[in-house]
Each structure stands twice: as structure tokens, then as C-alpha cells.
Design a protein around this ligand. Structure first.
Ligand SMILES: [Zn+2]
Length: 216
């Protein structure tokens, strides 16, 4: 089969990063996120795009938001220079989903479903070492001693972003922008809803099966 072209969708905390890494390893394809694509194409010549600056780098160095049209062009470049990919974190809204249709044909769209309450448990349970940055979870990835980093003995803290109010806000923003994207792909031949509340191994088995079924 040719290298699969895949899109993974799902809210923050659904496990997209972990599963994208599994997919990229197993199928030897690129894991493309908007941030990575931007960093890889910082010096792309966009002088013909009627933008304020001539390269994405200039926006980043000025601390200005990279315009949507530039982000779209960068994702297009990243997809078309990859021999198979799993796209993660784009499209974030319906406009970008429509742009994506003009860039490539997708073999499968993998949509990770996880309930709001489960996402809140996962996201608010995160703890990070104040010294070395190692990641833990109060339920799913506990340190040997509560509150203490296994690696360096540092204190584990909850980042402000991982408090319940900002987490709920992040999920609301996702729902508002990305739920229409999921609806948009619902009729696509390659659309597969995956139960993201299973164990990571079970989720992976479903994803792998979906890719085998839809890639040609
Ligand atoms: Zn540490």
C-alpha cells in the first residue's frame, strides 16, 4: 500500500499526541503538527502572498501572530513534501477544513471520542516537576512518593493551565471551533470514530485496524 495520509481529531487530553507518535512509528510516516510545520518552514518565501513580512520567521521574531493564509500555505507545503503523514492539530476550524480539501486527499480521519468528565480528570490530574519538567498524573502516572519527582526529587506542581476552570475553558474553545470540523468529516468514506476511553493499547488496536481498512 502507498503511505497513508491521515488526519487525527480529538479534544485536548484525548491522547492524540501519543497515538500520532504510534502511527508515525508503525507506518514510517511524518507526524505533522502546525507548530512543527511552522518551525520547519520558517524561511519559506511568502513575498507573493501580500503579507506584511516576507517569511514566517519574520512574524515569529516580531512576536506577531502568523496569519491564517500563511499557516495554510505552510501546512500545504509540509503535507506535499511528506511521503505519508498523520496530521495533528489542524484543521482547527471549518475554514481550515475547507482549505485542507484543496491540499490533499485523506485516506482516513480518525476521531478520538472521550467524554467531557474523563477529559477533565485527565487534564486536571497532570503534575509536572518544578525542577526538571518531568510529567506525572495523580491517577494514571503516579510518582513513587506522592508530590515528589522520581527522577530528581523536585516538587510536583499543578500548572495554572491545568486547574479546572482553564481546562473547562480549553474544552469549550475546542468544542466551539472543532466540533463543526468533526461534523464536516462525518460523511467522509474514511471517517472512523474511535473510543478514546479504552486503554492506550486498545485505542491503538482500533486505530491500526482503521488505517489498514482505509489506506490503499
Ligand atoms: Zn524532576
Amino acid at each position: 500500500m502507498s503511505q497513508p495520509r491521515l488526519l487525527i481529531l480529538g479534544p485536548p487530553g484525548a491522547g492524540k499526541g501519543t497515538q500520532s507518535a504510534n502511527i508515525a512509528d508503525e507506518y514510517d510516516i511524518a507526524h505533522i503538527t502546525t507548530g512543527d510545520a511552522l518551525r520547519a518552514n520558517k524561511d519559506m518565501d511568502i513575498s507573493d502572498m501580500d503579507t506584511e513580512y516576507d517569511t514566517p520567521r519574520a512574524y515569529m521574531e516580531a512576536g506577531d501572530l502568523v496569519p491564517d493564509a500563511v499557516v495554510n500555505a505552510i501546512v500545504d507545503e509540509a503535507l506535499n513534501s511528506a511521503d505519508g503523514f498523520v496530521l495533528d492539530g489542524y484543521p482547527r476550524n471549518l475554514d481550515q477544513a475547507k482549505e485542507l480539501e484543496g491540499m490533499t486527499d485523506l485516506d482516513a480521519i480518525l476521531s478520538l471520542d472521550v467524554s467531557r468528565e474523563e477529559l477533565i480528570d485527565r487534564l486536571t490530574g497532570r503534575r509536572v516537576c518544578d525542577d526538571c519538567g518531568a510529567n506525572y498524573h495523580v491517577e494514571f502516572n503516579q510518582p513513587d512518593t506522592a508530590g515528589i519527582c522520581d527522577d530528581c526529587g523536585g516538587d510536583l506542581i499543578q500548572r495554572e493551565d491545568d486547574n479546572e476552570a482553564p481546562v473547562r475553558n480549553r474544552l469549550d474553545v475546542f468544542d466551539e471551533n472543532t466540533a463543526p470540523v468533526i461534523d464536516h468529516y462525518g460523511d467522509h468514506d474514511g471517517f472512523v470514530a474511535i473510543d478514546g476511553e479504552q486503554t492506550p493499547d486498545e485505542v491503538w488496536a482500533d486505530i491500526d485496524g482503521a488505517i489498514v481498512a482505509h489506506a490503499d
